[in-house]
Design a protein around this ligand. Structure first.
Ligand SMILES: *[C@@H]1O[C@H](CO)[C@@H](O)[C@H](O)[C@H]1NC(C)=O
Ligand SMILES: *[C@@H]1O[C@H](CO)[C@@H](O)[C@H](O)[C@H]1NC(C)=O
Ligand SMILES: *[C@@H]1O[C@H](CO)[C@@H](O)[C@H](O)[C@H]1NC(C)=O
Ligand SMILES: *[C@@H]1O[C@H](CO)[C@@H](O)[C@H](O)[C@H]1NC(C)=O
Ligand SMILES: *[C@@H]1O[C@H](CO)[C@@H](O)[C@H](O)[C@H]1NC(C)=O
Length: 519
């Protein structure tokens, strides 16, 4: 990388101009007069951590004591952060592009659904935010899980390094803790099962610390770290495998409640669940928390490193997840993919310049807002950007930007199925998927839906339409019924349904500006 004069006047190759000290004085005088940020100042650094399947609603942040102290208490905690689609690959694609799935075209976790497909590589990936951060002269570093099908031979294998990344340490395929392959800047690197050498969360921490030590200080940096935790197979570091042994999945809200007034998938599980299912989900719940302790260490080590490099006050640190998760809600044992709070709400904590410590922010923000927010921080001209989301810099740092919160938004999901029946559940036939334990299915081709969520003053509704054989509709009053126990579609005035249906139709084909304003 060459020193391209990000800080004007700071390097010694000027020809015939005034001495640097004079230029600086002139700039300072100008800045005092016009109170504008000095345009050629080095933009802030950014660290973005995106974990895999961490819920907010079931206490997913409870084990993250250091993260809450070092990011949330030192900055802003968003209490209404959502993914626009509750599944890893479509959600990660939305984070990277700032777009809804109907605009980036990634529908599921398969190549055929565009997860890391050639069409993705040629289209949306080539215009994803890392490309623009790189154009803004950031030094960029990626480590961890990228997209579920990343590294497949059919789409370039480990040799495919997406544009915009200076350093690339990406996991081939889906989350693993041991026995995995990485693409290290396009070269294959295999890992076994020795904790000291291979535990993926720790390896990512070590390599990111190393990157920070060796960066070139004249450029801002961007790190994106995507740890496997707390995704299956839930392998905790050895020192954490005895933690939380008395913890059980929370029994409140919709835990083990029958979903009898909901779409067909929610009417199929036996309720109450079998004791075997409950034991299984309690065990998963504990192990998820155990794996997160290594992420909590990662956050602590990175914040300490930034502090020791004297970069902490110049760095935005974001912590979030790709989607939520459930353990027993509406008698569904474990997974995501549903339209309910536990699957669509995500943690979002941010610290950084201009963000007052200890803020709890109610403004609704979406994962498609991350890309424009990061680019806003970098000084990129957002009006030239093709995204559906909007920067939330104004929400967390009102001294830096003006802006308004959105009144409503879209959640969209395309159901995944299997063309053949599951040999362990032959009675179910083809079309369903993730039917474990007790042959309770978490997904199906016939589980495609779209919802509009309003968070507008008095109105706090979620309205969902299914593209299923029943054209099923669900409506929840989120103020009166935060656990979504009662579908009120038959109780409300038809004009309410009509208005929500109109909004939904518009949002389902929105693009850019029309996604932000809707009406
Ligand atoms: C995959 O993406 C391409 C282009 O981005 C799009 O034309 C196609 O419809 C997408 N496929 C699916 C299944 O949505
Ligand atoms: C890693 O692979 C080895 C060899 O195939 C296997 O014996 C071991 O159980 C695997 N370990 C993990 C944690 O998956
Ligand atoms: C990470 O670095 C620490 C400290 O040097 C070391 O003890 C540990 O084994 C490393 N872990 C991995 C997976 O590289
Ligand atoms: C299931 O667990 C409950 C409560 O722990 C217990 O009362 C019940 O007997 C158990 N049922 C079976 C079939 O083991
Ligand atoms: C993913 O989407 C593609 C395109 O719609 C579809 O052909 C494929 O069956 C889907 N995969 C799964 C597992 O549902």
């Amino acid at each position: 990388m060459t020193g391209l004069g990000i800080r004007s006047g700071a390097t010694g190759t000027r020809r015939g101009g005034p001495p640097a000290a004079l230029t600086l004085l002139a700039l300072l005088t100008c800045c005092a007069r016009c109170a504008q940020p000095e345009p050629s100042a080095k933009p802030s650094n950014i660290l973005l951590i995106v974990v895999d399947d961490q819920d907010l609603v079931l206490g997913g942040m409870t084990p993250m004591k250091k993260t809450k102290a070092l990011i949330g208490d030192a900055g802003a905690t968003f209490v209404n952060a959502f993914t626009v689609t509750p599944l890893c690959c479509p959600s990660r694609s939305s984070i990277l592009t700032g777009r809804y799935p109907h605009n980036h075209g990634v529908r599921n976790n398969s190549l055929s659904g565009n997860c890391s497909s050639s069409a993705w590589q040629e289209g949306p990936e080539a215009g994803a935010f890392p490309v623009f951060l790189s154009k803004q002269k950031y030094q960029t570093f990626f480590a961890g899980k990228y997209l579920n099908q990343y590294g497949q031979k059919a789409v370039g294998g480990v040799g495919h390094v997406p544009p915009g990344w200076d350093q690339w340490h990406a996991l081939v395929g889906n989350s693993q803790y041991y026995n995995y392959t990485l693409s290290v800047n396009g070269k294959e690197e295999k890992h076994g099962e020795r904790y000291e050498d291979d535990y993926l969360t720790d390896l990512m921490t070590n390599r990111s610390l190393n990157f920070l030590d060796n960066r070139s200080p004249q450029h801002p940096f961007f790190l994106m770290l995507c740890p496997p935790a707390p995704h299956a197979p839930w392998t905790a570091a050895p020192q954490y495998q005895k933690e939380f042994l008395d913890v059980k999945a929370p029994r409140d809200g919709s835990f083990d409640k029958p979903g009898k007034d909901k779409h067909w998938l929610l009417r199929q599980p036996p309720s109450p669940m079998s004791n075997g299912s409950v034991d299984f989900l309690d065990d998963v719940f504990r192990k998820r928390w155990q794996t997160l302790l290594s992420v909590d260490d990662m956050v602590e080590m990175l914040v300490k490193k930034l502090d020791s490099l004297k970069e902490l006050d110049e760095t935005y640190v974001f912590y979030t997840s790709d989607n939520g998760y459930h353990t027993g809600q509406f008698s569904l044992p474990i997974d995501k993919r549903q339209l309910y709070e536990f699957d669509i709400r995500i943690p979002l904590l941010v610290r950084g310049p201009g963000i007052k410590p200890g803020q709890t922010l109610p403004a609704p923000v979406l994962n498609i807002d991350l890309a424009p927010t990061l680019l806003d921080i970098s000084g990129f001209n957002l009006s030239s950007l093709n995204v559906d989301g909007q920067s939330f810099l104004s929400q967390m740092a009102p001294s830096l930007r003006n802006g308004t919160a959105r009144p409503f938004f879209l959640i969209e999901y395309t159901g995944e199925g299997s063309p053949t029946s599951d040999p362990t559940c032959p009675k179910l036939g083809p079309g369903v998927s993730h039917c474990f334990p007790d042959c309770v299915c978490e997904d199906s081709y016939n589980n495609t839906y779209a919802c509009v969520r309003t968070v507008d003053g008095g109105q706090n509704l979620q309205y969902c339409e299914f593209a299923d054989s029943e054209s099923f509709v669900e409506l929840y009053n989120m103020t009166a019924d935060p656990h979504q126990l009662e579908n009120i579609v038959k109780k409300v005035d038809p004009s309410v349904l009509q208005a929500m249906n109109q909004r939904l139709i518009k949002l389902q084909s929105c693009e850019g500006d029309s996604c932000r304003h809707g009406d």
